[in-house]
Design a protein around this ligand. Sequence first.
Ligand code: URA
Length: 217
Amino acid sequence: MTVLEEFGPRVTVVDHPMVLHKLSILRSKDTPCSQFRTLVKELSLFEGYEATRDLTLEEVEVETPICKTTCYHVDAGHDVAIVPILRAGLGMVDGMLELIPSAHIGHLGMYRDPETHVPHVYYGKLPNDIANRYVLIVDPMLATGGSSIDAIRYLREQGVKQLKLMVLVAAPEGLRAVLDADPDVQIYTCAVDERLNDDAYIVPGLGDAGDRIFGTK
Ligand code: URA
């Protein structure tokens, strides 16, 4: 894990060798949809492992075939919610559920009014107790940061206190925008790329993550 000086301790880059290896296959334009999906799932699990490092533990007594011993469970008070931003965020849910099978899932679909630029949630279905959950927003690409900022704001309005944003590839512009918009959110990414191009795609990036996950191109 690396913390980059430019962004400070609220941004963690999960740059494990296996993550970088899988990311390089993910980026290739020749990687087919089925493999792309599998890689998004695997990278989400690896990143989720680091993003949940601060979950607290409680002691449990376990009897092995040899003797009783003290072991640890993730604190039952840490109820986790995973919130994918539609649609590409859906690709990260299975990997996260493999890591945390008891997590509940919320869904957020958003669009910006093209004239007023005011964000609207066109689909929002969250666990009833979302305010008390440890919430992980998932979306593979952090480009301008617009949808992440809207999602974070929406979840804060629902009372969420413990909030992290998990992406796979981030542009510096998006990281700065999200850090500026929310004073507490922590961001996890596997890579910080060079920049955005004129069409707001991440360079070098991997293209449109939603299209590549769902085979819509
Ligand atoms: N969304 C994507 O899927 N890819 C980008 O490069 C930027 C936003």
